[in-house]
Structures are given as C-alpha cells and as structure tokens.
Ligand binder design. Structure first.
Ligand SMILES: [Zn+2]
Length: 484
C-alpha cells in the first residue's frame, strides 16, 4: 500500500509549481488553479445531494452574508465563495476546493453568536485560501483508497451517496487536515475575523463548544457501554486541544481590533429560533429504538437498546455491544412484481428460500441469504416490504462469532414491526426545534429538561446548547436555547 501511494504522489508532484496565495511563496502544487476550481464545481452538487440544503432561505442568506464579509478580506478575495447550511445533525463544517463552504445545522445549533459563526466560516475560508485540499491531494487519495465504512454490503442495495462523496473528497475534507494545516486555518480565520470587525477570540468560543461536545460524546458512550469514538468534529485532528487553545489565543491577541466588536449574539440567536434540532422531517425521526418517517408514511421498531444512526441514504441500527447490525434502505418500485421477485431481480439474490411476510398487511418477503462484499459469505437476513410504490429493504447480520440466531430473530421481529404511520404517531414524526426562552430567576437546566423530548441526557444537552456544559446554570434574564 505504501509503495503504491508513494508512486502516485511522485507522479502528481511532477505536475506543477505555483504561488501559494497565502504565503506568496512558490511551492509544489499538485494541481492547477483551474483543476482546483473544477473539483469544487463538480463536487458541490454531490455534497448537496448527500446532505441536502437546509430549507430556510432567511438563515441561508444570513450565513452567506457573514461568510461574504470574511471572504472579501481573505487572501483569495477574487474567488466567488458559496456558503451553504446543510441539513445534517453532524457537528461539522467543511470546504471544497475553490470556495464552496458548508456548515451543518447541527453545528449552528451549538454556537452562541455571529462572531462564533464567523470563526467557523473564517477557518473554512482559511482551508480554501491556503489550498489545503490541493496540498493534501495525495493524502485524500490515500483516504479514498483505504476507505472502508462499516456498512453492510449486498449487491444492488441503493447507492451510498455520502460514501461516494467521502470517497472522492477523501477523509480530510470532512474530518480535518492534520494539525499543521488546522492551525494555519485557525490563524487565517482569526486574521479574517479581525479584518471583518469581529473579535478573533470568538474562535475560542467555538473551540470550547467543540471540546464540550467531545466530552459529552465520550461520557455518553461510556454510560451506554460503548467504546468512545474518536471525536470527528471540526477541529478533530488536533491531538491536544489545550495547546491549540493557547496558540490560537496568542495569535489572536495580536490581531484583536482596538474597539471590541459587536459579537452579534442577539442577531444570531434570533436566527436560530425555530431551527430544526436532531432529525428532520425529510430524514425521518428517531425516537430511541423506533423510527418514524412522515413523508414516506411508515414506522418501524428495532429491538430495545439498539442504537439508530440516520444517514442520508440509509438508516443504520446497531445492537448493544455491536453484537449485530442492520440497515434499512428504500428503492423505487418500477414494475409489478412480488417482493420475492424484487429480491431476485433487484438485489441479485439467487433462489431466496424464505417466507412471505405481511407486516400490517403489506406485501413482504424475508429470507436468510449469504452476504457478499466485506461480509464474505456470512449468513444474514434480508426482508423486502412494499409500501406506496417503494421497496423497503432491511438487511442485518450478527457480529462475526456472535449469536446469529438471536440476531436473526431480532431482525425478523423488526421487519414485522414495519407499518404505515398511525394517526397517534403523526406527532412523533415531527422534528424537534430550538426555541428561545428568557431565563426566569431560579431556572435551572434539570428543571428545563423535564418532559423534554431530547434523547439521551436532556439536561446535559441543554447545557451544551447554552455553553454551560458540564455543570453551569443559567442566570435570570439570559436568553436560553431550549428544545421543543
Ligand atoms: Zn479545519
């Protein structure tokens, strides 16, 4: 693997030598500026397809306005930047080469001021102006070659848009560029902030928020007996966050404007009022082990304790301890056929020997099959259910060496729980939203969290949303973000 990569990078390195827009120095460039812009142009529609644009034109315009102020004072002010809020619960922001910049609504929810938003956008602009994607092109290629996602592979099962986007962009775009480049972006971001009239210290606020997120995610994983995941946030690649904070602080202090800038806190918070929090209607709504999809009119229930991950093109479900996993995808039905015929023609499963099922009276078929791809010849269960001209495909498998029979029973049970939304479930298919509330004297987060529909530790989440994690309480008169 190493050897192969080395030869690729040598070939690419021979390509060109260009002036770095930030340093002004001549350096090896892995591609021309025209190639760089073309990558952004080609990938942008794919990112939008994978994540979806968040449907709030006023919020989009606001974010664009803040971004454009920073872009205008950047090292590559000649580029036309595009800023998009994507409809994702991920806590992330990323940039494509050439000036396409994205921030998730998941991250927006946790920020507290316009200056912090500017801090995130400035950082991403820094990646563009310093041409990090271009400079790390070979690293991205490496990520692409080495990409293995833990998804279940069965021939013909949907197209994994997000995975394709990740594959082409490489891991770097979504999870950071390595310490040196991240620090350079922070420093560039701080510079653009100062020049656009914001206090560069706002970057610290963002970093603290992300740090708190990481701490909470680790605590949650421990509480649920899971292995804490390495935190893949905006500044994920920094090994020691405290050292970074200090470096950013030192750098920013030289750049701070003489008169303290307005951090746009109120303006920003007003924009967040009504922001969808957690899953959105079009993604379908998770409620613990249950899943409700309003537009597609269905619900299903996984066994208790299974964790659901809502991805752009699939719903993943993981059993406690990872002992089994499953995914639900859907495909358009195009011809009159039975679920068993669908299994043969569309999923490429030869001679499935299973049984007809009819969850809630819907046509379905379920069988044990040999899985392909990464799961090399393991037995799994596939169920196909037809509902409103869509085929829903549930595939699941036990962990290698795990209790295959228990997993199989659980998966069949899940398939049988599939049903059109009942009237009393319609409300559950609606998303949660951020709302603003002025704290009254004596308000505390535990009491504000009572009766909340927030999954997990609602008190901790309200603290995170309001910059008081892990132990703070609101002061009377504070504008608080709550979730309804
Ligand atoms: Zn970055």
């Amino acid at each position: 693997m190493r050897k192969l990569l080395a030869s690729i990078s040598v070939a690419v390195l021979l390509a060109a030598c260009a002036t770095n827009p930030v340093s002004g120095r001549r350096e090896m460039a892995l591609m021309s500026e025209q190639q760089e812009l073309a990558i952004g142009r080609d990938m942008h529609p794919k990112v939008l397809q994978a994540y979806g644009e968040y449907d709030d034109p006023a919020l989009q315009a606001y974010v664009r306005g803040v971004g454009e102020k920073l872009a205008a004072v950047s090292h590559r002010a000649n580029l036309i930047y595009r800023f998009t809020v994507v409809d994702s619960t991920d806590i992330n922001a990323f940039a494509l080469p050439g000036g396409y910049i994205y921030i998730t609504r998941g991250l927006l929810a946790y920020m507290s001021s316009e200056a912090e938003l500017a801090g995130v956008l400035g950082h991403e602009i820094g990646h563009v102006t310093a041409r990090h994607a271009v400079r790390q092109y070979t690293a991205a290629t490496a990520a692409q070659l080495g990409m293995t996602l833990g998804s279940i592979f069965v021939p013909g099962l949907g197209n994994n848009v997000a995975q394709n986007v990740m594959g082409v962009l490489g891991q770097a775009t979504l999870s950071g560029y390595g310490r040196e480049h991240e620090l350079e972006s922070d420093s560039l971001g701080a510079e653009y902030l100062a020049q656009a009239g914001y206090d560069p210290q706002a970057i610290l606020g963002v970093l603290r928020t992300l740090k708190a997120q990481g701490d909470y995610a680790t605590a949650q994983a421990k509480a649920e007996g899971r292995e804490p995941q390495a935190y893949h946030g905006l500044f994920a690649s920094h090994p020691d966050e405290d050292t970074r904070l200090k470096e950013v602080l030192t750098k920013a202090s030289f750049l701070a404007p003489d008169t303290p800038a307005d951090d746009g806190r109120e303006r920003f918070q007003k924009r967040l009022d009504g922001l969808v929090f957690g899953d959105s209607t079009v993604q379908g709504i998770r409620r613990e082990n249950r899943f409700y999809h309003g537009p597609l009119d269905f619900a299903l229930e996984f066994p208790p304790g299974w964790r659901l991950q809502n991805q752009p093109d699939r719903l993943l479900a993981i059993a406690p301890g990872g002992s089994a996993q499953a995914q639900l995808t859907s495909q358009d039905l195009n011809q009159r056929e039975t679920p068993r015929e669908f299994m043969i023609r569309r999923l490429g499963i030869r001679n499935p020997a299973g049984q007809e099922i009819s969850p809630a009276g819907l046509p379905g078929y379920s069988a044990n099959v040999q899985l392909g791809g990464a799961l090399a010849r393991r037995q799994g269960r596939v169920a196909v259910i037809f509902h409103r001209n869509q085929a829903y495909i549930l595939v699941g498998v036990a962990k290698e060496g795990g209790d295959a029979q228990a997993a199989d029973r659980a998966l069949l049970q899940t398939a049988l729980s599939f049903h059109p939304l009942r009237e009393d479930e319609r409300a559950l298919a609606k998303p949660l939203r951020l709302r603003l509330k002025t704290a009254a004297p004596g308000d505390n987060f535990a009491q504000l969290a009572k009766g909340s529909r927030l999954p997990g530790d609602a008190t901790a989440q309200l603290r995170l949303l309001n910059g008081h994690y892990p132990t703070g309480e609101p002061a009377a008169g504070d504008t608080l973000k709550i979730v309804r």
